[in-house]
Design a protein around this ligand. Structure first.
Ligand code: GAE
Ligand code: MG
Ligand code: MG
Length: 392
């Protein structure tokens, strides 16, 4: 079996929260007539540029045409050279590698008639607890609609949220206070995510201030990107475990080696797919550090991959973030991945375990345009331009 052709399909999917995100669906075809599907998830992040898709498709075909898809190690090794780690949270290299890694796992699972977790050696669990995101509030007016959204998600079974904080501490405090009044005993908070907006002193003062109003399991991204010293200082003082997105394998090692954090946020979109993520989890295992599985908000293909990763993870101490299929209003698959009581279920079908609806994909396929315009806060916070805080 040889890789015959790689095709890329841009799609744009609206979120329930009023923004739209671009993704690239990857189709790998073999000379045996087999097909696998992958996903480069959520391109709608800074820096504000997009793939030249025809060029990327040409390059991937030149690189991988004729390759043995069973030799995942070789394909990955080649891709790591041509699409090296970029060291930031929305690395396009990681997305290219994830797209191919997922499509090849899907392909091989389908050819062998087994779920991807079997290709990864078996499974330790068949579901993983996940949390629903509450996007950052920049004004008090944004608190009430978010509380109502939590009520709606609770009705769908989600009893765990995470909250993006750090832009307007009054709004954060008001949200946490009213959240506790309304949802205590019904909904829990997994994390406060500062998204690297504040330095360690300001994040530390914020969490100490918020502690009077709510409880949460952990805090994430509490210092500017790359501020190892600040992260160590925060972690040393913090009553809560601290997590950070790991951008590549050595970054994970550095974070652990110098005692900078408690939890590695392992995200396949950033690391370049399943193989790279499993290696990073092994680093956490070696160091007796903790792991959670993060997200960029994938569609069902990417979320299924996260579920397979969770099913084989030797270390997995905290709930995961993967609820994209319940955030977007459209998907390219016939039946999205399933959730039950705030848990993502590991798909049991062959490959990633979700079926791409090709007619739908054709309909959804659109230019991969940047959709946030010059709304910087919207692009950072994932909130719509008509939010109250944006009104003059
Ligand atoms: O919703 C999104 O697209 C978010 O930006 C997301 O990619 C990240 O914020 C991530 C995180 O934990 O920081 O989920
Ligand atoms: Mg985060
Ligand atoms: Mg994202």
């Amino acid at each position: 079996m040889k890789i015959d052709r790689i095709r890329l399909f841009p799609v744009a999917t609206p979120r329930q929260t009023g923004v739209a995100n671009q993704h690239v669906i990857v189709r790998v075809e073999t000379d045996s007539g087999d097909v696998g599907w992958g996903e480069m998830s959520d391109l709608s992040h800074l820096p504000m540029y997009q793939f030249d898709l025809p060029e990327l498709e040409r390059a991937l075909n030149a690189l991988l045409g004729g390759a043995d898809p069973r030799n995942l190690a070789k394909v990955e090794d080649d891709l790591l050279r041509f699409y090296p780690d970029e060291g930031h949270m929305y690395s396009r290299s990681g997305l290219v590698r994830q797209g191919i890694d997922l499509a090849l796992h899907d392909l091989l699972g389908r050819v062998d008639g087994v779920p991807v977790y079997r290709l990864l050696g078996g499974k330790l669990r068949d579901r993983v607890r996940v949390c629903y995101p509450v996007f950052r509030m920049r004004s008090i007016d944004e608190v009430a609609p978010n509380l109502d959204r939590i009520e709606a998600k609770l009705a769908e079974g989600f009893d765990l949220i995470r909250v993006y904080t750090g832009a307007n501490l009054e709004a954060d405090e008001e949200f946490l206070r009213r959240f506790t009044e309304r949802f205590q005993g019904r909904v829990e908070i997994k994390s406060l995510d500062f998204s690297n907006l504040l330095d360690w002193r300001r994040s530390w003062r914020a969490v100490e201030r918020f502690a009077d109003f709510a409880e949460w399991m952990l805090v994430e991204s509490v210092v500017p990107r790359g501020d190892f010293e600040g992260l160590r200082e925060f972690t040393r003082r913090s009553r809560w475990p601290v997590s950070e997105h790991v951008t590549h394998l050595q970054h994970g090692w550095q974070l652990i080696r110098y005692g900078h954090l408690d939890i590695l946020n392992v995200s396949p979109y950033l690391l370049g797919g399943l193989r790279a993520s499993i290696r990073l989890i092994a680093v956490a295992e070696a160091a007796r550090a903790s792991v959670l599985i993060g997200t960029t908000q994938e569609l069902s293909l990417g979320t299924a991959a996260a579920a397979h990763l969770a099913s084989v993870a030797r270390v997995l101490d905290y709930p995961a973030d993967n609820t994209g299929p319940r955030l977007y209003t459209e998907d390219v698959v016939r039946t999205p991945v399933q959730y039950e009581n705030s848990h993502l279920l590991v798909p049991e079908g062959p490959g990633l375990g979700v079926e791409v609806d090709e007619a739908k994909l054709e309909r959804m396929s659109a230019d991969s345009h940047w959709t946030f315009g010059v709304d910087l806060a919207g692009a950072l916070d994932r909130t719509a331009a008509d939010r109250p805080s944006a009104k003059k």
